[in-house]
Design a protein around this ligand. Structure first.
Ligand SMILES: NC(=O)c1ccc[n+]([C@@H]2O[C@H](COP(=O)([O-])OP(=O)(O)OC[C@H]3O[C@@H](n4cnc5c(N)ncnc54)[C@H](OP(=O)(O)O)[C@@H]3O)[C@@H](O)[C@H]2O)c1
Length: 146
């Protein structure tokens, strides 16, 4: 199916780590919004929210879809639950249709120089999958990071 013919109208998408306008997560969010989904933009910290909010506003202006911004660490189970609760409340839905576990450490370095700490931060998308709460509907889409 060509991307332009895929309708996600009425669907709700949460893309973790999508708050930086030049990142892969932001591009994924834009793609879902272009197909009509309501999109939850996510970043790690409260301090990153202004950047994420600007991105969300631009997406709404460009595609006319609803957007919200949530934040919190995906490696923190409680924060993840709160994040999902906020998405459900603000979009007034009972489940999330699409979850993209994109959030992770964006820094890169030669593999042979990588420390155990860096590798641990890089596997955050897997953590997000483990902490994906039951609000994600059965049979819905769950993908790993890019
Ligand atoms: N961009 C590329 O071309 C590319 C290519 C291949 C692989 N990747 C990898 O794919 C992943 C995502 O890429 P991206 O371009 O979307 O990243 P990005 O634009 O650099 O942004 C990373 C996002 O992850 C969030 N984040 C980091 N640690 C987090 C945590 N513990 N809990 C919740 N959110 C967290 C950051 O939040 P804050 O903004 O609040 O810090 C940010 O929103 C990264 O691991 C990156 O290395 C990227």
């Amino acid at each position: 199916m060509a991307p332009d013919t895929l309708s996600l109208a009425g669907k709700t998408a949460l893309i973790t780590g999508s708050g930086r306008e030049n990142g892969v997560g932001a591009a994924i969010a834009r793609g879902f919004a272009r197909s009509g989904a309501a999109v939850a933009i996510h970043c790690l910290s409260e301090g990153s929210k202004p950047r994420a909010e600007k991105l969300a506003a631009n997406i709404t202006t460009e595609f006319g879809t609803k957007t919200i911004v949530v934040h919190g660490s995906v490696s923190d189970y409680k924060a993840t639950r709160e994040m999902v609760s906020q998405v459900l409340k603000e979009f007034d839905v009972d489940h999330i249709d699409i979850l993209v576990n994109n959030a992770a450490d964006g820094s890169s370095q030669p593999l042979l120089d990588a420390t155990p700490e860096h590798l641990e931060r890089s596997r955050l998308p897997a953590d997000g999958r483990e902490t994906a709460p039951p609000s994600i509907g059965h049979g819905e889409w769950v993908t790993g990071g890019p």
